[in-house]
Ligand binder design. Structure first.
Ligand SMILES: NC(=O)c1ccc[n+]([C@@H]2O[C@H](COP(=O)([O-])OP(=O)(O)OC[C@H]3O[C@@H](n4cnc5c(N)ncnc54)[C@H](OP(=O)(O)O)[C@@H]3O)[C@@H](O)[C@H]2O)c1
Length: 311
């Protein structure tokens, strides 16, 4: 891959980390919507992607070789509150962008989620790509619609189901930051013992997305860590790695937390297809945590904050 990389959602947790990681490999153009950032080391365009007819113009103007579509309404409770908007942004737009990419022979990667599964029974080996989906909230339904609209419009596209953590420009976007910020402030917090997932550090995810973009594989891929953990265990891992007090995390059930949208409790994901097709090693939670810690140690949270202008 030597041509331009266009990243939508480039002010978001994934999009910004991805853009910063890909800069030294190729020219990156990011698209953000409402978040304004300064002093970025790549070009950032402000654009509302729901504007009719925006995609052909964008692609004609910038001529990317690869698009990684990270933009989404990614807040589960916002989707519950504004379902029509969620279906438009997460369900319809990805298909329109995928079609515009197909017409111009631009490689296209769409980001989806483990939440397309209900998390009731992930089987012995975790959910695989061909397993039956059953989304249980508006966010998950809209994301599943997005997967389908992309693959219908562009059979050469890759749909990557992901779940990740990392450092964001707001400093509060991710579960990892929630644990870190509260533990660092000495505040007591809940950690769900009955919600399992298979997270990957956003930097490791970015590396794999680059590999996917540079390959010629197509279709659905699970891009997760090698092993599942509970959200409580995840919090304890953060406390341990950053030498903070793990006893501040109170083990609890998600059912007692008064959340607006229902959650899938058991998202144990299997990424063996990715390993086989791309020949890459899956990353375990300890290694992901180490990379999260190293980026903190190297000043990534401060660097991200330096891009902010309107907080
Ligand atoms: N975070 C997770 O753990 C997680 C887990 C599973 C899957 N995912 C998926 O991963 C992808 C990235 O998630 P994230 O956590 O990085 O999201 P995020 O931090 O909430 O960022 C969302 C991005 O999308 C942009 N956006 C939203 N609506 C837009 C619109 N109408 N027009 C243009 N841009 C728009 C936002 O722009 P502005 O902020 O500038 O308005 C922002 O850059 C999403 O597809 C999400 O569904 C995330």
């Amino acid at each position: 891959m030597t041509g331009k990389l266009l990243i939508t959602g480039a002010s978001g947790l994934l999009g910004l980390n991805l853009a910063l990681r890909c800069l030294d490999r190729t020219e990156v153009i990011g698209i953000a919507n409402q978040t304004r950032l300064q002093s970025l080391p790549f070009e950032l365009i402000q654009a509302e992607l729901t504007q009719p007819g925006i995609f052909p113009d964008l692609l004609e103007k910038h001529q990317p070789e690869l698009i990684i579509h990270c933009a989404a309404m990614a807040n589960v409770d916002d989707c519950e509150a504004r379902p029509q908007e969620a279906h438009h942004v997460n369900g319809l737009l990805p298909g329109e962008l995928a079609a515009a990419a197909a017409e111009r022979d631009i490689r296209f990667i769409h980001i989806s989620t483990d939440a397309v599964f209900d998390g009731v029974d992930s089987g012995e080996n975790g959910y695989e790509e061909q397993d039956k989906t059953n989304p249980i909230n508006v966010y998950a339904m809209s994301k599943l619609a997005g997967e389908r609209s992309v693959l219908a419009a562009n059979p050469n596209a890759v749909v990557a189901r992901v779940n990740f953590f990392g450092w964001s420009v707001s400093g509060t976007r991710s579960l990892s930051e929630f644990f870190y910020n509260n533990l660092n402030a000495g505040k007591s917090i809940f950690g769900f013992t009955d919600v399992f997932y298979t997270p990957l550090y956003v930097g490791d995810l970015a590396e794999i997305l680059w590999e996917l973009g540079s390959s010629d594989v197509q279709g659905l891929y699970h891009v997760f860590g090698s092993r599942a953990i509970s959200k409580y265990q995840f919090g304890v891992m953060i406390a341990d790695r950053f030498v903070l007090d793990a006893s501040l995390i109170q083990p609890t059930s998600w059912r007692d937390a008064g959340l607006q949208a229902v959650r899938s409790p058991n998202l144990i994901m299997n990424s063996q297809k990715l390993k086989q097709d791309l020949g890459i090693s899956l990353v375990d939670p300890e290694e992901s945590m180490e990379h999260f810690y190293q980026d903190w140690h190297d000043g990534l949270p401060e660097r991200l904050k330096s891009f902010r202008i309107d907080y």
